[in-house]
Design a protein around this ligand. Structure first.
Ligand code: BGC
Length: 819
């Protein structure tokens, strides 16, 4: 790419104040304005972190859906995240996107955090190193990364107003550390300031964090943008170091910031510096001077190369939690595959990380593809409280017979604005669609590929008429309130009808006009015009087999399990728990899934449980089953990846990236509901495994770093060498199993003082053939030997002494090396 011949500082000096300030707020939801007079082109951003959705929030083009961040991180492998970064850059370039809004590098403080699925780990070193390699991969193709969300943004409840109360030591040693590591090792071209306040100051106004620490101490050369709609003020945010307000074109800066400069409240040089950083970013991504040309020959989201990559990346991160010789499955055994997640595998979390993938392979499809008739698939218990859009395959386009729904969008005068096929029928109208006129009516047709009682219904605000065969229903759905609610929980209504097989659903919704005040549940009056989604929301069609009583489901599952050589039960969470904007209230599996596992385990010869969730769940049935495979949210190739992992075609060689508590509350940090607006990070630096090791809370079910793979390992001759900035550990690992395998050698520092928590200081991965051995060296990271001295405001080295622990997670320590 050609570098801009012009110095950004010189370009800034050519613009007047109004123009400069205008360029400091986005031009649209996901783009920055061009400015021809200085050769600045339009600059496009898109959400990541595990899929590049594009410029539309909803219903956009089809793009590859990657495994979620915790699953990718479970490989504990910088080459993996670098590959992911390069793949994301390709996905971005295919859409002419300059910056991908990821990685998310907040830490897993409380397991209740709704958005942990987007972030790598509870550990700052693992998070920082993986983020750095992801950024290097992405930026090697001149697509910018965006570290988010700066900082102390670990939960979602009241996320726009909550105040994280974090002492300086904890902030430095834990929550800022991944940002520090990624900054020094990969020079990310942007960062995103979070919604929350930190110690009473908005994250978007954090002079201390942004100006003093990030841009000052770390010498950060990139740009800091706000999270979407997060900026609360003009001059204080600009003075606090925020460079760019997102989204736009409206926002709190504009004329208010111009006036603040004119009134002498803010020096114009501050505005200039922000714009200089915008231009540096534009230059780096090819949007300044000679604009970049985009490659044309990039892999399609459903291309063979993507299928191979996405299957391999997902399967390699899957983690064997327990295994009493039940895994891998042997070909030739008969399998009862049970559970709603087997049929409707959850491949991504909810919120801004969602993408529109070309397809999603369920575990039922993946395992049947490998084992054919040897697999009997049995649906499980209900796992959601809210209905979701019909699964393509259950409904078919009546004209073409393709899975999905035929949709026609009409303007107020009946003009056809769009006539298309939707699979799945989740977003017939998106709030950011750009038709020439507003959509007034949606008509849709689908054939139900089933017989018997079927639940049908509708999702979204409006007056609905639905005919199914000979029965007809009408629904009037109203707005549930604000933006996030409407996005994440649009109104929905369902009813049960009997279909005779191949019945057609004919539907029409007339959208409610947005210009009205309405009274929502609880008697609150809302101004519907203030809600950008009112009357133009997301429209889905619900159609699925009517739910069966739980005892009948359990009986059918147990009967199938008793007939098979092995029962594989797939359980998990859904986007109701793992989503942006909402936290969990428990780690228990939703619905009667625990009862389902127990019923199957009681009837089956062997029981394997697959956990389809990104974050910890409780497993009260652990002693009743023979193996547990944690499968994360595995992306569009999820079903193929789970099948490959179950059969050992790809070793599920993952190690946990977060500690699994043994019960609700049995963790060092738990509460995610602000008290008087505050979340106090009182556990300090003792989150996750660090707090469990200190003994303040019960021993966890599984430690960070735990994972069995498909082999066994012997560790010998561990030794420490000092000298250099930090010690290194050497150890010989022997693969004592019968399969070639991959080991993750982890080194933890247990400091001499109990005021300092145990911590991961380094790791190395090694692949060793069955019966072979390897000498592995782990260089510990000097940054983990520091302690922040709050009084002097400086780093010091932690006290001498203590031990280095060589471990496979702290539940399986193989050597203790005194220091
Ligand atoms: C999220 C960000 C995201 C942004 C744009 C916000 O709600 O917190 O992570 O990048 O929306 O979609």
């Amino acid at each position: 790419m050609t570098q801009s011949p012009v110095d950004p500082t010189v370009l800034v000096s050519k613009l007047d104040l109004e123009t400069k300030v205008r360029l400091l707020t986005g031009a649209a939801a996901f783009s920055l304005a061009p400015e021809e007079s200085i050769g600045l082109g339009e600059l496009n951003l898109s959400d990541g972190p595990t899929g590049v959705r594009g410029l539309k929030f909803s219903g956009g083009r089809q793009v590859a859906l990657f495994p979620n961040a915790t699953l990718l991180a479970s490989a504990w492998d910088e080459d993996t995240t670098a590959e992911v970064g390069r793949m994301l850059a390709e996905e971005a370039m295919a859409q002419e996107i300059h910056v991908v809004l990821g990685p998310t590098i907040n830490l897993h403080r409380s397991a209740l955090g709704g958005r942990l699925f987007e972030a790598y780990s509870e550990d700052p070193l693992l998070t920082g190193k993986l983020a750095a390699s992801y950024v290097r991969g992405l930026q090697s193709l001149a697509v910018g990364a965006c570290l988010k969300h700066l900082v102390a943004n670990e939960s979602e409840t009241a996320r726009n107003t909550m105040n994280s109360v974090v002492d300086a030591k904890t902030l430095r040693e834990l929550y800022l550390l991944p940002f520090e590591i990624a900054t020094s090792e990969s020079d990310p071209w942007s960062m995103m300031a979070a919604y929350n306040d930190v110690n009473g100051v908005a994250a978007t106004e954090q002079d201390h964090v942004i100006n003093e620490v990030v841009k000052g101490e770390w010498g950060y050369t990139g740009l800091v943008m706000s999270d979407w709609f997060a900026t609360k003020t003009a001059a204080p945010a600009a003075a606090g170091g925020l460079d760019l307000v997102m989204p736009g074109p409206d926002g709190p800066w504009g004329q208010t910031l111009v006036d603040a400069v004119r009134a002498g409240e803010l020096d114009e040089s501050v505005v200039d510096e922000h714009l200089r950083r915008v231009l540096v970013l534009a230059d780096r991504v090819g949007a300044l001077g000679e604009l970049r040309e985009w490659p044309a020959d990039l892999p399609a989201p459903d291309s063979p190369v993507r299928k191979e990559q996405l299957t391999r990346l997902a399967a390699a991160g899957m983690t064997v939690l327990t295994n009493d010789d039940a895994l891998p499955l042997t070909r030739g055994t008969s399998v009862a595959l049970i559970g709603r997640h087997a049929l409707e595998t959850i491949d991504m979390g909810g919120g801004s990380a969602q993408v529109n993938p070309p397809y999603q392979v369920s575990v039922a499809e993946g395992l049947t593809a490998l084992l054919g008739d040897a697999v009997q698939v049995v649906d499980g218990v209900e796992v959601r409280t809210r209905p979701v859009a019909a699964r393509p395959g259950f409904v078919l386009d009546p004209t073409t017979g393709n899975p999905g729904v035929h949709v026609t969008l009409l303007g107020a005068d009946g003009t056809v604005l769009d006539d298309r096929h939707d699979a799945p029928p989740t977003t017939m109208v998106g709030f950011d669609d750009d038709f020439t006129e507003p959509v007034a009516t949606v008509r849709f047709r689908a054939r139900v590929a089933a017989e018997g009682p079927v639940e049908v219904g509708v999702i979204g605000v409006g007056a609905w008429d639905l005919r199914v065969g000979s029965s007809a229903r009408s629904f009037e759905l109203r707005s549930s309130g604000g933006f996030a609610e409407e996005m994440l929980a649009p109104p929905v209504e369902i009813g049960t009808v009997d279909v005779a097989g191949d019945d057609i659903i004919d539907g029409e919704v007339v959208l409610r006009p947005p210009a009205s005040t309405e009274v929502v549940e609880g008697g609150t009056e809302i101004d519907a015009t203030a809600n950008p989604l009112a009357g133009v929301g997301l429209f889905g069609l619900v159609a699925r087999p009517a739910p069966q009583p739980v005892d009948e489901v359990l009986a059918a599952a147990a009967a199938a399990a008793a007939q098979a050589d092995v029962a594989v039960v797939v359980v998990g969470l859904t986007e109701e728990q793992e989503t942006e904007s909402v936290d969990k209230s428990t780690l228990a599996l939703p619905g009667a899934q625990d009862a389902l596992v127990s019923a199957v385990a009681a009837a089956a010869r062997r029981t394997v449980v697959v956990v389809n969730a990104a974050t910890p769940v409780l497993m009260p049935w652990l002693d009743e089953v023979d193996a547990v495979l944690w499968a994360g949210l595995p992306g569009q190739e999820g079903g193929h990846a789970v099948a490959a992992a179950l059969l050992g075609d790809i070793e599920p060689a993952g190690r946990l990236v977060t500690t699994f508590p043994v019960a609700d509350g049995a963790a060092p940090a738990w509460n995610v509901t602000p008290v008087d607006g505050d979340i106090e990070y009182t556990e300090g630096t003792f989150i996750g495994y660090r707090g469990h090791w200190a003994g303040t809370v019960p021993t966890p079910a599984f430690w960070l770093g735990h994972g069995l793979g498909y082999s066994t390992w012997e560790y010998t001759d561990a030794s420490v060498s000092v000298g250099g900035p930090s010690p290194a550990v050497s150890v010989t690992v022997a693969n004592t199993g019968e399969r070639d395998s991959r080991e993750v050698v982890q080194v933890y520092l247990e400091p001499s003082s109990s005021d300092e928590p145990v911590r991961l200081v380094g790791w190395a991965t090694v692949s060793v053939p069955a019966g072979g051995s390897a000498r592995v060296q782990v260089q510990t990271d000097a940054r983990l030997w520091r302690a922040w001295d709050t009084e002097s405001g400086e780093w010091s080295r932690i006290a001498d002494g203590g031990r280095l622990l060589v471990a496979r997670g702290l539940g399986d320590v193989r050597a203790g090396l005194p220091l």
